[in-house]
Design a protein around this ligand. Structure first.
Ligand SMILES: Cc1ncc(COP(=O)(O)O)c(C=O)c1O
Length: 445
């Protein structure tokens, strides 16, 4: 079934012409399984795009969406509001790490700002960081530090702090005053590491050099993904994030974790921050927040940062930033339903229980033709292939396409294939994902 002319929709981050000459259309989804337009079952090995963590077609979420749309479809959050946005903010605080004191400051998460996507969560977090310093009389702290191979969405600020070269090259005019840490992927040193590599903590020391270069008084924040997702599933080296945290604390620089992928179970806990025992100052959330049903993003804010923003006369606006759909009633209802399901079914714990099985399964592909590295973290894994001579990305894309034809949805960036199944996955699903990926890799030249 091809519903209509495919030409009109300019697809995001896609090879439009190749897709439209050989489309992969998906028309249904239930649990772990998608239904393609030619009537085939396709096992969803990517939770959609790292977001459908609780499986497709969850009736509790659908019911909540419908009920909310009928009760109150929309009201702004500008100077009026509706209760569910507050309820969701409070419920999110229950699952966020409450890591206590940081040099006498209260670094527990006490507040949430709502946006509509991961990209907007990132833009909002960066603005919160600048507004925080401004409120404290340190308005010169505007410089932002990202990381090579980082992905922070598609806004101009997110693209600027991001470190995926292909995402930047068409857009000359980035934010000024941005610097980047080196990425931590080193296949020569750490290939086939299971979980967090032993090698690489020293790369955090580069932050100290960047701070010395520009002066701490000019730096607002460091933003990184605890595990780089889109950049190729790069788990943090052991000890690396703790070093970054300590350096940031020492210099009064805010540490932002972009947990758009890693939160809501992916890391084997509610957040990677919790899993790894690191307390950032701000956390970006999206994707799993609504199980992918409707768009929503959020920024978790620590007490210290929030307190600094709450200055000025009582009736003044404290933060000049927001979106028409910040705290949207329908998205808030979806978020609440997600948190209920996750709690009732213990799905964050389930992710942690499944992770070792998933790790062993994906690492069984070591030795398959052209496989040069396998990396994993929680319920996420990347299998990196040797690029085909002179054509980077060609082999990876062939494997991705072959997987879809053989009934599994994976994800490809360059020559890296990613798998990130939902937390409801059974071991048999993991077996099928890995077995199919292996079979396709072996039959691809
Ligand atoms: C770490 C990270 N940040 C931000 C984003 C952007 O999210 P969105 O596509 O919802 O804008 C993504 C999307 O994949 C992501 O992986």
């Amino acid at each position: 079934m091809i519903p209509n002319d495919l030409d009109a929709f300019l697809m995001p981050f896609s090879a439009n012409r190749a897709f439209k000459s050989n489309p992969r259309l998906v028309v249904g989804g239930k649990g772990m399984v998608l239904k393609s337009s030619d009537g085939r079952d396709v096992l969803d090995g990517m939770s959609g795009l790292w977001c459908v963590n609780l499986g497709h077609g969850r009736e509790e979420i659908a019911d909540a969406l419908r009920a909310q749309a009928l009760d109150l479809d929309y009201v702004p959050s500008y100077q009026v509001a509706h209760p569910k946005a507050f309820e969701l903010a409070n419920r999110l605080l229950e699952i966020l790490p409450q890591g206590g004191q940081k040099e006498g400051q209260n670094s527990a998460f006490t507040n949430v700002f709502f946006a509509n996507s991961g990209s907007e969560a990132v833009e909002s977090a960066l603005k919160i960081a600048m507004a925080y310093h401004y409120s404290k009389g340190e308005g010169r702290r505007t410089r932002l530090i990202g990381r090579a191979r980082g992905f922070h969405g598609s806004g101009f600020a997110g693209t600027s702090v991001g470190g995926v070269a292909a995402n930047r090259k068409q857009f000359g005019n980035m934010l000024p005053e941005v610097d980047h840490l080196p990425h931590t992927l080193n296949i020569a040193e750490a290939a086939f590491s299971k979980g967090q590599p032993v090698w690489g903590a020293h790369l955090a020391d580069e932050l100290e050099n960047i701070i010395q270069l520009h002066g701490a008084h000019t730096i607002a924040a460091v933003i990184i993904e605890p595990m780089s997702g889109a950049g190729g599933v790069i788990p943090p080296p052991q000890g690396y994030l703790k070093k970054l945290r300590d350096i940031c604390t020492r210099h009064g620089v805010l540490l932002i974790f972009d947990e758009v992928i890693t939160a809501f179970g992916r890391a084997g806990a509610a957040t990677a921050s919790e899993k790894l025992g690191i307390q950032p100052d701000l956390i970006c959330l999206a994707k799993g927040l609504t199980n992918g049903t409707v768009p929503m993003g959020a920024v978790a804010i620590s007490a210290e940062v929030h307190k600094a923003l709450m200055t000025g006369p009582e009736n003044s606006i404290e933060f000049f930033h927001g979106y028409t759909y910040s705290g949207h009633p329908v998205a808030s209802a979806a978020g609440l339903a997600v948190l209920d399901i996750a709690k009732n079914e213990g799905l964050f714990d389930r992710a942690a229980e499944l992770a070792p099985y998933f790790e062993e399964a994906v690492h069984s592909l070591k030795g398959a033709p052209n496989v040069i590295d396998i990396r994993n973290f929680g319920l996420a894994a990347g299998v990196e292939l040797e690029p085909r001579g002179g054509v980077p990305g060609a082999r990876g894309f062939d494997v991705f396409r072959g997987c879809f034809e053989h009934g599994i949805l994976s994800r490809v960036t360059g020559d890296i294939l990613a798998l990130a199944p939902a937390m409801i996955a059974e071991k048999t699903h993991i077996d099928q994902l890995v077995e199919t990926l292996g079979r396709v890799i072996r039959s691809t030249d």
